[in-house]
Design a protein around this ligand. Structure first.
Ligand SMILES: Cc1cc2nc3c(=O)[nH]c(=O)nc-3n(C[C@H](O)[C@H](O)[C@H](O)COP(=O)(O)OP(=O)(O)OC[C@H]3O[C@@H](n4cnc5c(N)ncnc54)[C@H](O)[C@@H]3O)c2cc1C
Ligand code: SF4
Length: 497
């Protein structure tokens, strides 16, 4: 495995280990303050960039971001250079795609199911059997999620009691599904800034094990800048990050997994006649706060985990495919940071408290077929990765978002969760981190189309294995399918001869 491989800085890793050795009541305030540093909201940016143990390392530039430029409002931090990639900082929400989603794929849900299962034997899944199961089978859950907040319990139980009324509007409520070792969770609330006990799955956990047991030979500090195939031999060119020296590797087969935009750029660098513009599919993100009529206890006095706690899924057309998903989060201190300063002042503390007792924040997603595309314009040339500019199509007209909001407004009184559309926002291009489909799978390869094993016409031993090969990007969380599809490709390639 060739990787850039940036890791958590040594002093932060030692601080994390100190916390992990103790229970929260024994933690030193200094350690907590250093490791639980929250990202600051930037003016004009609806969401701050997350931190892990106070570090930006999953987003840091190890050379992979050189030459990536983003138009106003678009995301320029689209390729990770970290050991474990963006799974160091993700929200750990995992679900398979619904069965009808695969109508637009060259393989079916049944074909994918054993690969989901295999991945879930590696990745812990904390989930409940609930109404979401009809659309998203559990496959291999290992434990229920940690006990939820008072608000979550209330909304989920109202949802169960009023199932038929919700379903008339196409809405399903269900618990979060998390890649989490939930049994060991002590509900210390630090999830959004990094779990000291490493209970939230990161792919680095799997690689630590594979390296320890010598199942992979791992080379870090390498920026891969080109791939090629001559006869049956694959060639990989990489630049050593510390020295800038270019080195070459040979292999029987190559599997590219730099994240959808990282892989797209590497392929553009390696194609004989790359297109100047590539469009990617994105499941665009939106933010939507909710208020409840009935207050809960002040959440600052409660012990809670702060990952996603429950999901609202809106089936806009009723066929299990046009699904809009909203992940709902209980209060965490970042909410207070995002309030206007006057509302945070001491005299307005009673108002602030009343908001805390009633607010839930939703982060929602539309499927790629109802979202604007991400555009990558690239400038070939130079001995390395091409310069690319990230921009997006116009996001002003999103009919599926309007339909979903209408349904959520209608069910608001039933589950005591009233959307506040005036405070909603739509994130800029590529900010959802749910993007892909630059070289989508199809039955037959084409100039920018991969076969079912992720191969472009010019190579038959170089496989694209991440979301760059997705035919669609639905609104339901997608990394479980990235992993399952990569497993399917790898397994299939072993039989390909
Ligand atoms: C804040 C945040 C929250 C998220 N929450 C969720 C969630 O709750 N659920 C969900 O499903 N998804 C979520 N995602 C998306 C999820 O993290 C990604 O889908 C997932 O990490 C993609 O995995 P990947 O292996 O394809 O790529 P990445 O995680 O991006 O990993 C890329 C790897 O390739 C290496 N690399 C890149 N370029 C090169 C190069 N040129 N040479 C050598 N090595 C290279 C990197 O070092 C890294 O190891 C979230 C993302 C973010 C940022
Ligand atoms: S609440 Fe979050 S950070 Fe704390 S132990 Fe549980 S998963 Fe880890």
């Amino acid at each position: 495995m060739l990787d850039l491989g940036k890791s958590l800085e040594g002093h932060r890793a030692s601080g994390r280990a100190r916390l992990a050795e103790r229970s929260p009541s024994e933690w030193h305030d200094r350690d907590v303050a250093e490791l639980a540093g929250r990202a600051r909201t930037v003016k004009g940016e609806p969401l701050p960039q997350k931190r892990t143990f106070g570090s930006t390392f999953p987003f840091d530039n190890m050379g992979q971001l050189d030459g990536i430029d983003a138009s106003a409002g678009a995301n320029g931090s689209v390729v990770s250079g970290a050991y474990g990639g963006f799974s160091n900082v993700w929200g750990a929400q995992i679900m398979p795609f619904s069965e009808p989603t695969f109508d637009d794929w060259p393989c079916s849900f049944n074909h994918m199911e054993p690969h989901y299962r295999r991945v879930l034997e590696e990745v812990p899944l904390a989930a409940e059997a609930d109404d979401l199961e009809a659309m998203f089978p559990l496959i291999h859950a290992t434990s229920p999620p940690p006990s939820p907040s008072e608000r979550t319990t209330d909304v989920v139980s109202r949802g169960k009691r009023n199932r038929a009324r919700l379903q008339r509007h196409g809405v399903t409520v269900g618990s979060a599904r998390l890649a989490l070792r939930a049994r060991d969770c002590v509900r210390c609330g630090l999830c959004m800034t990094g779990c000291p006990y490493e209970l939230i799955y990161s792919s680095s956990h799997t690689f630590d094990r594979l390296r320890r047991t010598k199942r992979v030979s791992y080379h870090d500090g390498l920026l891969v800048i080109g791939v090629a195939q001559q006869g049956d031999t694959c060639h990989v060119r990489a630049r050593e990050v510390p020295t800038g020296q270019v080195v070459e590797f040979h292999a029987d087969r190559v599997y590219l997994a730099c994240g959808a935009i990282g892989t797209t750029r590497l392929v553009l660098a390696s194609m004989a006649a790359p297109p100047r513009r590539v469009e990617l599919l994105e499941s665009i993100q939106f933010g939507l706060p909710f208020l409840s009529r009935h207050p809960t206890a002040d959440p600052r006095t409660q012990d809670n985990h702060t990952l996603n706690q429950f999901n609202l899924v809106v089936d806009v057309t009723g066929f299990g495919k046009d699904l809009v998903q909203v992940h709902c989060y209980p209060y965490n201190p970042a909410f207070s940071d995002s309030l206007p300063p006057p509302l945070r002042s001491r005299p307005l503390e009673p108002v602030h408290r009343r908001i805390r007792q009633r607010v839930t924040v939703g982060l929602g997603y539309l499927p790629s077929w109802a979202s604007p595309k991400v555009i990558l314009d690239h400038e070939p040339g130079g001995d390395g990765l091409p310069s690319i500019r990230v921009s997006g199509q116009d996001a002003n007209n999103l009919p599926m978002l309007r339909q979903a909001l209408r349904a959520l407004r209608r069910v608001g009184p039933v589950i005591d969760l009233w959307p506040v559309p005036s405070q909603s926002f739509v994130s800029g291009p590529a900010k959802s981190y749910h993007f892909g489909g630059s070289f989508p799978h199809a039955i037959r390869r084409g100039p920018l189309v991969t076969d079912q094993l992720g191969r472009l016409p010019e190579w038959d031993r170089i496989h694209l294995t991440d979301a760059s090969v997705f035919p669609t990007v639905p609104a339901t969380t997608f990394t479980l399918t990235v992993m399952a599809n990569a497993h399917r490709i790898a397994q299939g390639s072993l039989c390909a001869g």
